[in-house]
Write a protein of this length. Structure first.
Length: 112
């Protein structure tokens, strides 16, 4: 069993119920989950068919994970949206958004 690279406290165990929601389409695949922080890792063998199906459905094209650093302002934490996503979504900077917590370490941002 491998140690979790995120929390370094738990062990990675094999599971067959990792769910991914891509634009309303739910994929259930095999992978590994940390026994402590519950971080999930999808197996490469499972990921490639999922990507292929998602591309055919038209819900894959942009990277799922973009790494950004949060910053602080006087009124809270700031997350900058990359320019390519801003252009793709036709954002002007004055949109209302809904931010929801999903699990222990995930947030979802929806444009209203």
């Amino acid at each position: 069993m491998k140690n979790c690279p995120v929390c370094e406290k738990g062990k990675l165990v094999e599971v067959d119920d990792i769910t991914s929601n891509l634009d309303g389409y739910i994929f259930v695949v095999k992978g590994e989950r940390c026994t402590h922080c519950r971080e999930e890792y999808i197996n490469e063998k499972e990921l490639q068919p999922m990507i292929s199906v998602a591309q055919k459905l038209g819900v894959w094209g942009q990277p799922l994970k973009l790494h950004r650093k949060l910053s602080r302002s006087a009124r809270g934490t700031v997350l900058r949206i990359p320019t390519d996503i801003e252009k793709d979504l036709h954002l002007k900077g004055n949109e209302q958004v809904t931010i929801a917590k999903q699990g222990n370490n995930r947030i979802v941002i929806e444009i209203e």
